[in-house]
Write a protein that binds this ligand. Structure first.
Ligand code: SME
Length: 167
């Protein structure tokens, strides 16, 4: 599938639940095929971001914030330049880390303390990637220019990818 087709950036849109099921199935299979046997964490996180960003027509910004001491640090990511560091409990990402749970935000303006790295983002989903002890090692943040772009299909598929590919 090329990047200019129905699932590409040029025709960005929010897929139907059936389309999400298809595209996440394809993305998970692609990640599995590319990364099976790979152990390098940067290679793994970069590839997860690359596949998801190019497979999700509703993704405007796709990337990780890694837990480094008492803050999150950006990268790897794809999209416009990010806010580089986020405090624990700050914004959607810092809240997902502090509360160790997925957060889906339909309208970023309605989320208290939302951090706007790019004003075009309208909705987002943040999914924790946990280490073997269940502590958050990184969060995956996906932003959309469309309001309400993310739902249960996204959450379930991304949490499965997190369980499989946590660093
Ligand atoms: N909106 C996020 C910050 C990261 S950017 O969207 C890439 C937040 O509120 O944590």
């Amino acid at each position: 599938m090329s990047h200019g087709d129905a699932f590409g950036k040029e025709t960005g849109r929010v897929p139907s639940p059936a389309e999400k099921s298809e595209l996440f199935g394809r993305a998970a299979g692609e990640i599995e095929a590319i990364l099976t046997g790979e152990t390098d964490p940067v290679t793994i996180l970069s590839t997860v971001v690359a596949v998801l960003h190019h497979r999700m027509p509703h993704a405007f910004w796709t990337g990780f914030y890694r837990v480094c001491g008492d803050e999150l640090r950006a990268g790897p990511y794809q999209g416009t330049p990010a806010c580089l560091r986020i405090r624990r409990g700050a914004g959607v990402c810092g809240t997902a880390w502090a509360e160790n749970r997925t957060i889906v935000v339909d309208d970023v303006d309605a989320f208290p303390g939302h951090i706007a790295c790019d004003a075009r983002s309208a909705s987002e989903i943040v999914v924790p990637f946990r280490d073997a002890d269940g502590n958050v090692a990184a969060v995956l943040d996906i932003d959309s220019t469309f309001p309400g772009a993310f739902g249960d299909e996204d959450r379930i598929a991304l949490e499965a990818i997190a369980a499989r590919w946590s660093p």
